[in-house]
Design a protein around this ligand. Structure first.
Ligand SMILES: Cc1cc2nc3c(=O)[nH]c(=O)nc-3n(C[C@H](O)[C@H](O)[C@H](O)COP(=O)(O)OP(=O)(O)OC[C@H]3O[C@@H](n4cnc5c(N)ncnc54)[C@H](O)[C@@H]3O)c2cc1C
Length: 333
């Protein structure tokens, strides 16, 4: 396997921020992955998939691993409704969704058009249109970077939560493959207002209708990161107390707030940013996307510190207006 020194990471993050990796490699299988870990055991490590959920504020003084581990394996029992697909980490996420929809394997269709790789999907438990990837993950196979051991995590052991998992919290594992539990029959169950509306004229939507509708809604609302660099939703939707919610509702009666199992209310970061005056605002080369203020877009800076400065401005405005701290969803290095 080749190692590259002082490699530019600009094309490995969808925000297009510039940074150099001290060492960069692209292992094609577990053997090469183990080899690069043991040859560089003293270096700090960073795994990059599609780079659609991270950006850089400085050079990375260590080993950047960009896995290129491809492949897919299906297993099912004849006459059975369940299908299990093991997919290697470097497969493209949306190509997998398209494949499953074509085959009539149900479960991933609401997660259409999310950019990135399969291996990153469990890291922040990707979600959209009422579905989180944890709903269809049976198992995650990962390499422990400290012991070089391959470990299989059951769904429960992944400790999935809203945009969170054991992998995100510990930074100790490289995901090698994900086993999905999908169904061979499909019937549409309404989960999300925008999507239901898009499908209202179709009597009994097929799995392909749902994928097409998700793609149309996303293309209307979200910027294409290849044209206007961004990393999707920049902040997590915050959880607030019922008392806090009631207080805000006095001044903002249209505040979206959804009761959670633990009694907290989940509210909309996009709403808070909008009402704090940051919808469609641009400061220098960084701004919020006019159609969706939760997305920070980069109009031309290669310095991730510009994004961080703008992020802090938004956080301060929301804190000032609502006394709520916004936490970034995007990883900053
Ligand atoms: C336009 C746009 C829309 C988006 N919409 C959504 C959305 O609807 N829902 C949603 O949840 N997200 C969304 N995202 C965020 C992003 O697409 C997801 O987080 C995706 O899973 C990132 O995949 P990636 O391969 O690019 O990960 P990267 O950005 O490369 O990595 C993300 C994190 O995972 C780690 N990582 C990556 N691969 C591995 C691996 N194999 N093993 C261990 N760690 C790894 C990285 O170190 C990093 O910390 C959007 C992004 C964009 C640009």
């Amino acid at each position: 396997m080749d190692y590259y020194r002082q490699t530019s990471l600009k094309d490995y993050n969808s925000f297009k921020t510039e940074a150099l990796a001290k060492i960069f490699c692209q292992p094609k299988n577990v053997k090469e992955l183990r080899e690069c870990l043991s040859e560089h055991s003293a270096e700090q490590k960073l795994i990059i998939g599609g780079g659609c959920n991270l950006f850089f504020t400085r050079d990375f003084d260590g080993l950047v691993i960009h896995p290129c581990i491809k492949g897919l394996r299906e297993t099912w029992d004849e006459d059975d409704e369940d299908i299990f697909i093991e997919v290697n980490a470097s497969e493209n996420w949306d190509e997998l969704v398209a494949y499953c929809v074509e085959q009539g394997f149900a479960g991933l269709e609401n997660l259409s058009l999310i950019p990135g790789t399969v291996g990153a999907a469990p890291i922040q438990n990707i979600g959209a249109y009422g579905v989180e990837v944890k709903d269809v993950i049976r198992e995650v196979v990962a390499l422990d970077m400290e012991t070089n051991e391959v470990i299989s995590f059951s769904n429960v052991e992944c400790e999935f939560a809203y945009r969170d998992s054991i992998f995100k919290r510990t930074n100790k594992y490289i995901v090698i493959s994900v086993v999905f539990h999908l169904k061979r029959t499909f019937s549409y169950s309404p989960k999300y207002f925008d999507l239901n509306k898009e499908l209202e004229d179709i009597e009994d939507p097929t799995i392909q209708d749902v994928r097409d509708a998700v793609i149309r809604v996303r293309e209307r609302k979200l910027p294409d990161e290849k044209i206007l660099p961004n990393a999707g939703s920049f902040f997590k939707n915050p959880y607030i107390t019922k008392e806090q919610t009631e207080e805000i509702l006095k001044d903002y009666p249209d505040l979206p707030a959804y009761l959670q199992k633990d009694g907290m209310m989940k509210t909309s970061a996009a709403f808070l940013i909008d009402k704090s005056g940051y919808k469609g605002i641009r400061v220098g080369d960084i701004g919020t996307y006019p159609n969706q203020p939760l997305i920070i877009v980069n109009y031309g800076s290669s310095d991730g510190n510009d994004i961080v400065r703008f992020m802090r401005e938004i956080q301060a405005a929301v804190k000032d207006t609502f006394n709520i701290e916004l936490e970034p969803e995007v990883r900053i290095y």
